[in-house]
Design a protein around this ligand. Structure first.
Ligand SMILES: C[S@@+](CC[C@H](N)C(=O)[O-])C[C@H]1O[C@@H](n2cnc3c(N)ncnc32)[C@H](O)[C@@H]1O
Length: 153
């Protein structure tokens, strides 16, 4: 690993930052959590007190072995915070198949999928490369019904 590895600005974070800026009115007055501050797939005390309306994660879908843990944490936050949304940017390196499979498994659906470069002004886009996608993911309708009926029991 190079000594300047930690100083690298990931292209996905630039795309997500740009999107947050463009959509800034959505963030005003809402609790926002970055999934990077959590340990995915692990339930320590702090996660129970989080009430985010918006969950952010730049380049958190990069190691397929961690996808399941990431979606488990995101789904837990969705179930505790009805109406919340996970906004993430990722490098689409090998197609969407595993992500799609895990979204079905966790009862999630993608409500927005856009090419990251289409969001960037041309000067910023010229400095980046790769196939970067931005996705907005929510709890699917069926999962919401299941969660609310189990809460009513
Ligand atoms: C490619 S980096 C992206 C970092 C940052 N979001 C950015 O765009 O600059 C992916 C990050 O996921 C974190 N990560 C990997 N597995 C994790 C896990 N199980 N729980 C929490 N974070 C994890 C890594 O530590 C790393 O910081």
């Amino acid at each position: 690993m190079k000594e300047d590895y930690g100083l690298f600005v990931w292209p996905c974070s630039i795309v997500l930052a740009e999107y947050v800026w463009q959509q800034r009115s959505r963030f005003s007055g809402n609790d926002v959590v970055e999934v990077l501050g959590l340990t995915w797939g692990s339930w320590d005390e702090s996660i129970f007190s989080l009430l985010p309306k918006i969950i952010l994660g730049a380049d958190v879908l990069y190691d397929a072995r961690a996808f399941d843990d990431l979606f488990a944490t995101v789904t837990f936050l969705f179930q505790n915070n009805p109406g919340s949304v996970f906004i993430t940017t990722y490098h689409n390196r090998s197609g969407h198949h595993l992500i799609e499979f895990l979204m079905v498994k966790w009862g999630l659906k993608c409500v927005k999928l856009v090419d990251g470069f289409s969001l960037l002004p041309s000067d910023k886009a010229a400095r980046l490369s790769g196939n970067i996608q931005l996705a907005e993911i929510v709890l699917s309708h069926e999962q919401i019904e299941e969660t609310s009926s189990s809460g009513a029991r």
